[in-house]
Structure formats: structure tokens, C-alpha cells
Design a protein around this ligand. Structure first.
Ligand SMILES: [Zn+2]
Length: 171
């Protein structure tokens, strides 16, 4: 079996459980049971609104987000589930930052919890650059189940690698 490349940060015990699910061919079923339905955020416009709503609920005072889009060229292989970029430039005597958030297109056909996890992650980067304590605290403030969703999302990427089949299809 190939190594569980999306799950490197988890304990041996957890990996053993995942391996067992894979060997019993049950990983996909477990995920479908836990997350029965796909979300309906289908366009860049809808994604933009979704992220802005989260931002105004939790990070009202953070810098504005200039652009939000699905990105088919984002390779989840490189552990990039989403991408946040900041372009800083001097305008007059002020430093202005432009924030862009991109979400890998594979998450168009996914449960809302996965999209939320990525949106929360990328929004947290507007305030915290590094993946430190403060960063994850901010993620959990926006979504208390953040860590569970991230784990399940990584399980899905693992399942996708093995089966090549998307578990959720938009209706
Ligand atoms: Zn990050």
C-alpha cells in the first residue's frame, strides 16, 4: 500500500485505524455516512460570498479580501488545499495589501464542512502568516470542529488517491 501522504501529521494509532478502513474497503462509506450531501457553492461568485460572510461574522476588522476563486491548477498533491496570497504595495504613504484566496477545484464537489475548513484556514492567514498556535486558535474560533474537518478532508484526499472516484457529485 502507498504511504498515507496526506496524513503525515497524525499518530501511528490513527494511521493504523485508517489503514484498516482502507483494507476493508470502508473509508469511502465512512465519509459518505458522516457527510451525506455536497454543498451548493458552485461558482466563484458564490464562493466569494461564502467567504465574505464568514469574514464579516468572525474577522470583520481584518484586511478586506479582494478576490476569491476556485482554482483548477492548484495541486492538492503539494499539500495546498487552498492558497492565500498577499500582494503588498505602497500607495501614497500607506502600505496597502491585496488578499486573494483560492480553493482547489476538487472541493467544488464536496461537503460544506470541507469548504468551510479551507475558507477558515485561508481567512486565518489574513491575520496569521505562520501555522502556529495563534493561527490554529483563530481557525478553531471560526470553526470549533476545524481539526475534525481537516482530518476528514485529508481522509477524503486519501480515498480519492486510492479509488480515483469523487464521493460527492453536485446535483
Ligand atoms: Zn496554511
Amino acid at each position: 500500500m502507498q504511504p498515507l501522504k496526506y496524513l503525515g501529521a497524525y499518530s501511528d494509532q490513527t494511521l493504523a485505524q485508517v489503514t484498516q478502513l482502507i483494507e476493508q474497503n470502508k473509508l469511502g462509506d465512512v465519509l459518505k455516512q458522516r457527510y451525506p450531501a455536497a454543498h451548493d457553492v458552485r461558482t466563484d461568485r458564490a464562493l466569494y460570498d461564502y467567504v465574505q460572510d464568514l469574514k464579516s461574522e468572525f474577522l470583520r476588522n481584518a484586511d478586506p479580501i479582494n478576490k476569491v476563486a476556485f482554482d483548477g491548477k492548484l495541486h492538492v498533491i503539494q499539500h495546498a488545499l487552498g492558497l492565500h496570497t498577499t500582494i503588498s504595495r505602497v500607495q501614497g504613504n500607506k502600505l496597502k495589501s491585496k488578499h486573494e484566496i483560492r480553493v482547489a477545484t476538487v472541493f467544488k464537489d464536496a461537503p460544506i464542512e470541507f469548504l468551510r475548513m479551507i475558507a477558515v484556514h485561508e481567512l486565518a492567514h489574513v491575520k496569521e502568516k505562520q501555522h502556529g498556535k495563534a493561527f490554529y486558535k483563530l481557525c478553531c474560533y471560526m470553526e470549533p470542529n476545524y481539526h475534525q474537518y481537516e482530518f476528514d478532508l485529508r481522509l477524503y484526499l486519501t480515498e480519492l488517491d486510492i479509488s480515483g472516484k469523487r464521493l460527492w457529485n453536485a446535483t
